[in-house]
Design a protein around this ligand. Structure first.
Ligand code: SF4
Length: 78
């Protein structure tokens, strides 16, 4: 199963590469902006609507700005 570490939105922390930020592009009626949320490298991302494999050259993070929120939003809310 894919993990956050395999996703283009994952940016590992220098001090601890097992932790990082999930960075996504968002868009509303007025503007586009970036959101950063804490996540772990080994979080199971099955079904995450924002997952894009690092090997996938056909999609950029910005392309999914209008998709549902990433799965870490739901995991961290419990
Ligand atoms: S939560 Fe989803 S979008 Fe965020 S890093 Fe993990 S797989 Fe990628």
């Amino acid at each position: 199963m894919p993990t956050c570490e395999e996703c283009k939105s994952f940016f590992a922390f220098d001090e601890d590469p097992l932790k990082g930020d999930c960075v996504t592009r968002e868009k509303d009626q007025k503007s586009s902006y970036w959101i950063s949320r804490p996540t772990d490298a080994f979080t199971d991302t099955e079904g995450c609507p924002r997952f894009i494999s690092r090997d996938d050259n056909s999609k950029k993070v910005e392309d999914l700005a209008e998709e549902e929120h990433p799965i870490v939003d739901y995991i961290h809310r419990g």
